[in-house]
Write a protein that binds this ligand. Sequence first.
Ligand SMILES: [Zn+2]
Length: 142
Amino acid sequence: MTTKSKKVSSPPSPIFRGEKKKQYEMLVELRDQLVDQIRTISSHSLSSSKQAGEELADVGSDNFNREMELGLMTEETQRIKAIEDAIKRLHDGSYGVCEDCDNKINPARLEALPYAKLCINCKSLREKEQRDSRNAPARIMD
Ligand SMILES: [Zn+2]
């Protein structure tokens, strides 16, 4: 007796259709890539700390490398969080809408940055504000 039941293990995702499905798959893929990267980095820093035990002279530079790797990991972790936020917005229907002005984010921008929360206008406005507040003297009492 032959059982021809091919078990295709697909993730529980086919709730989205068309454009949304594409966006969802892109976000998931991006997240998986980042998770993989972090796994590579963390396994690398584990093995390098093992070596440091044998070569005490290199401990200093090894610490430096690990700090850099940890910094990178923090950045990647934040990006993963942003992607997961975007997936949530895809679920509740607010994906692709600017957080600040409620306008639709340009599709080309979403393609370049699938987890973008702001439209290009608000993004550059915020960056300008950040630059200004960094350059300007503190005016907390105004
Ligand atoms: Zn906006």
